[in-house]
Design a protein around this ligand. Structure first.
Ligand code: CU
Length: 676
């Protein structure tokens, strides 16, 4: 698992004695060399390898002669599949939800993950790039770079510049082909999908945001449902709970965006109800034609070879029974209690389902099957031989507003569980001697749309003989002005204390300007930040920049700049400094604030300061300004409290929580500036 700065400093220092030193990057190659090779193996993925060294490796490397920590088992297995001509052809779509295609991609992932030196890793990458399906190949490379120890300091190029088809609309892609054919440089202004007669288009900027989609893909790469401890070197801590939380946050953020666009929050989708909203993706595969559409007001149909609608209802009722009972039943009939703080983790494993699910034969895999069911509603019986729907790729899933309805449905199941737990008591919540006196924002909070340009050169076909012409897409994307939050905290203890600062915000009013109750608001709370500090005796004035938010990451550098940086470092023998981007796990920082309104959108902001000595699962958290919101070295999550604490449980009496001195709340307006 990749790390952010803090975990890297704390843990990697022990693991790699010469951490950061170029010559000692594990596997016999420098970070710059690895970055260079990863860049070049992903460059123009649908054409020939351009880098002469990698090209040669693709012809000369023998996977069976590499160095592995599994005795070469994975390499022999994949080579047998290749030689038996069982692997998916090139120039064909790939979907991770297709079982056979996923297995093939993971066979390559295994080969790379078990490679013990860089020559073996890069050799395999080059060899299989020219022999395997491009989609499977890209997935395997991304997963391997995320998880392999050899590539801890490699920054993956932005996926929207590697496989642009999955991130932009077909109009832009066709314009890109035309530009290539006519050798004319072009910048294509890309519009959001839909029309003015579709109110959903008002929030298309959220579901179609390339950074948000990258966040979604990255989360699923870091916390894969296929991750099997039996074959990997570590267990991923609280994976099921993280699955709940990352999707819960997408759900509540989408609802906040809807409110600022005068739309109601989404209703859940249900198997025995009509799917009211259709969707026309206007998006195409590189190979496989257009993504299928779905008209308005269709009933869910059984999908041949996937599931029947009634199977989904049965799975749902088994899971909801377990929530009502407070326990799941394991494969061997054992009772697995979930009525405690960590029950959510098991519930998440079950719903997704991941290999951590205690009984997938019985509880099924609600989430993954639901994605395929919904994705196929345009051609449920395969009559028209359409390729998979947008819901069947993490890159494209959120383009369809039904994604959020589907996730609202699952979120409500999670809520049913969370609501079955006893509310926190005053004693649970108190932090003796510590009180939050006030919070202030350094400036007015403002959002606006900015133009962003990214390259489409990797979308089009070309040959080595014809030079590239610059082809790029320009999109509008939401962003905000930076701000600093000042928090005044008094520590009346006669000693320093470690504190965890948790900041949330929720829309104050619904679409009819009715104020949300505390209990409703807290379930819709957007997590804004979480960090650890040491509080001295007396008054403490903490400042926290919006740029440091633990739930966000900076924009990944463009593919082109990654190529330039690696080449410069190689040519000059200097170190490559890309630390800021080592983990791209988090929402784009641009998305920290939900869109405001011209006249100001009211948010309720809450700050909760809890005992850091009790909460911290990793030492030294307060010594850094950043920590990885989703995980840490060997997958350990740094916070012992559940995600969303203390707003994760129902609040029957608001006075309990607002009565503790370490809790503080205020209102703030977010303004949207038009036409900037
Ligand atoms: Cu997801």
């Amino acid at each position: 698992m990749k790390l952010l700065v803090l975990c890297a400093l704390v843990a990697a220092a022990a693991a790699w004695p010469n951490f950061g030193m170029m010559a000692d990057s594990p596997g016999g190659a420098s970070d710059a060399q690895k970055q260079h090779d990863v860049n070049n193996i992903l460059w123009k993925i649908y054409g020939e390898i351009r880098d002469p060294h990698l090209k040669e490796l693709s012809q000369t490397f023998d996977p069976l002669s590499g160095h592995y920590d599994d005795g070469g088992v994975s390499a022999r297995r994949l080579m047998k599949e290749l030689n038996d001509e069982r692997l998916l052809e090139q120039k064909h779509w790939f979907s991770l939800f297709n079982t056979r295609q996923r297995q093939e991609a993971l066979m390559l992932y295994d080969v790379l993950e078990h490679s013990t030196d860089w020559d073996t890793f890069a050799g395999n990458a080059a060899f299989f790039r020219v022999r395997m399906n491009e989609g499977e190949f890209v997935y395997a490379i991304y997963a391997a770079v995320v998880h392999s120890h050899l590539t801890e300091h490699v920054v993956l190029p932005p996926l929207y510049e590697v496989t642009p088809h999955l991130f932009t609309n077909s109009g832009a892609i066709q314009a890109a082909y035309k530009a290539k054919m006519t050798q004319t440089a072009v910048t294509i202004k890309s519009q959001f999908t839909g029309s003015k007669s579709n109110p959903e288009q008002r929030v298309a900027y959220f579901g179609e945001d390339i950074g948000m989609n990258t966040h979604h893909v990255t989360w699923h790469l870091e916390f894969p449902f296929w991750w099997d401890d039996a074959h990997e070197d570590h267990h991923i801590d609280r994976k099921g709970e993280s699955f709940f939380w990352v999707h819960h946050q997408l759900t509540v953020r989408f609802d906040a965006e809807r409110l600022s666009n005068y739309l109601d929050p989404v209703d859940e989708l249900h198997w025995d109800d009509v799917i009211y909203e259709g969707f026309a993706p206007h998006t195409m595969y590189k190979y496989g034609g257009y993504f299928p559409s779905r008209p308005d007001n269709v009933n869910f149909e059984d999908v041949d070879g996937v599931a029947r609608v009634r199977d989904m209802l049965i799975l749902e009722s088994r899971i909801r029974d377990a929530i009502a009972h407070g326990y799941f039943t394991g494969r061997d009939g054992s009772v697995i209690s979930i009525r405690d703080a960590h029950g959510i983790d098991i519930l998440g494993d079950v719903i997704e389902s991941s290999t951590y699910s205690p009984n997938p034969e019985y509880y099924g895999s609600l989430h993954n099957t639901a994605h395929v069911m919904l994705g196929r509603q345009g051609d449920p019986h395969g009559k028209f031989a359409l390729p998979p729907g947008v819901l069947e790729h993490f890159e494209t899933a959120t383009r369809d507003p039904a994604f959020f309805r589907l996730h609202k449905y699952m979120d409500n199941i999670f809520r049913e569980h969370k609501d079955s737990l006893t509310p926190y008591t005053k004693e649970d919540l108190e932090f003796s001697g510590v009180s939050v006196e006030g919070i202030t924002f350094s400036n007015r909070l403002e959002t606006h749309f900015e133009e962003f340009e990214y390259s489409l050169v990797n979308a089009v076909d070309d040959t080595t003989e014809v030079a590239d012409v610059p082809i790029s897409a320009k999109v509008d994307r939401l962003t905000h002005n930076d701000f600093t939050l000042k928090i005044d905290i008094t520590n009346n203890n006669d000693h320093d204390v470690l504190a965890t600062v948790r900041i949330f915000a929720w829309p104050k009013y619904d679409n009819n300007h009715v104020e949300f109750s505390f209990n409703e608001g807290r379930w819709n709370a957007i997590e804004m930040d979480k960090f650890w500090v040491k509080l001295g005796g007396g008054s403490n004035h903490i400042t926290r920049s919006s740029k440091l938010s633990a739930v966000t990451v900076p924009d990944v550098p463009s593919f082109h700049s990654l190529i330039e940086k690696a080449e410069e470092a190689l040519a000059s023998g200097s170190e490559l400094h890309l630390e800021e981007y080592h983990s791209s796990l988090g929402l784009p920082n641009r998305f920290l604030l939900p869109k405001g309104k011209t006249e100001g959108m009211d948010f309720h902001v809450v700050v909760f300061v809890s005992d850091g000595a009790k909460d911290g699962a990793v030492a030294g958290l307060h010594e850094s300004t950043t920590f990885n919101h989703y995980g840490c070295e060997d997958g350990k999550y740094p916070d012992k409290q559940p995600h969303g604490y203390p707003l994760d449980r129902r609040v029957d009496d608001e006075r309990i929580i607002s009565g503790v001195s370490n809790f503080f709340s205020t209102d703030v307006k977010v303004f949207h500036i038009e036409g900037q």
